[in-house]
Design a binder for this molecule. Structure first.
Ligand code: ZN
Length: 246
């Protein structure tokens, strides 16, 4: 029996991977999954065709319950960004966007049939039960210019070629004029939970482009940031932000 990725119920055969209202708003989608190593060897990429993308790992009670509630919290915030009426991200707004984007990253990961999932059962169950974000997770958002589509891409990065060091999983998503980047890191057990893990990023005006919404560092953040990401080229630069030394 195939079970739901967020609980232990029997999964329904086909649930939409993307929220319906988003799919209706953006007519095309571009989803790709890539694996990368610090040594620079790309292990392969996989691109899906046209949406709608259907997922076999969700149950109806998750999809119509907590996921739908989270969707209805996030939708007005996203709509206010699409119509340029948002000028401030409160801590509550930051939390909503962070939970929603990590939930979406977890769902998108399940679209790749070849992956062994980065997020654990415990992390997905905590998302379902508490909308709790996994440890060592950061979320940034940015604005996009000339980007009319749904876009998503996921990359793995390891600190060592043998893949026994730190493992970062980076999900980059865009919906029209807003982009999200979710970075989660798993370390070996010898690194205590309170030790911060840092990583290099590619050069770029990221401080003026990205707004960090998780962990919440400021009660209120002005929106939009100074720079936006230009077209799919800008999104690809964001996707490759952690591909340093590759
Ligand atoms: Zn479920």
């Amino acid at each position: 029996m195939r079970t739901c990725m967020f609980c232990s119920n029997k999964a329904s055969t086909k649930e939409d991977a993307w929220p319906k209202w988003l799919v209706e708003r953006f007519p095309t989608s571009n989803t790709s999954y890539m694996e990368a190593e610090r040594a620079g060897k790309t292990l392969g990429s996989w691109r899906t065709g046209k949406r709608p993308l259907l997922l076999k790992w969700l149950c109806k009670s998750c999809n119509n319950g907590w996921m739908s509630k989270l969707e209805s919290k996030a939708k007005p915030v996203l709509e206010s960004i699409f119509c340029n009426t948002l000028n401030e991200l409160t801590s509550l707004t930051q939390l909503t966007l962070a939970s929603w984007s990590v939930k979406t990253a977890m769902v998108l990961e399940a679209l790749d049939p070849r992956r062994s999932w980065f997020y654990s059962d415990d992390e997905r169950h905590s998302m379902r039960n508490l909308q709790a974000l996994p440890p060592r997770t950061s979320v940034w958002i940015a604005t996009c210019v000339s980007q009319p589509n749904l876009y998503s891409s996921a990359k793995d990065h390891w600190s060592t070629p043998a893949k026994d060091g730190c493992h970062a999983y980076v999900t980059t998503m865009a919906f029209g004029s807003i982009a999200f980047q979710v970075v989660s890191i798993k370390t070996s057990a010898v690194i205590p939970a309170n030790v911060q893990v840092t990583y290099d990023v590619a050069e770029g005006p990221w401080d003026e482009t990205l707004v960090q919404v998780w962990p919440i560092a400021q009660e209120s953040i002005a929106w939009p940031p100074k720079y936006g990401l230009n077209s799919e080229i800008g999104l690809e630069a964001l996707t490759e932000r952690l591909s340093v030394g590759a």
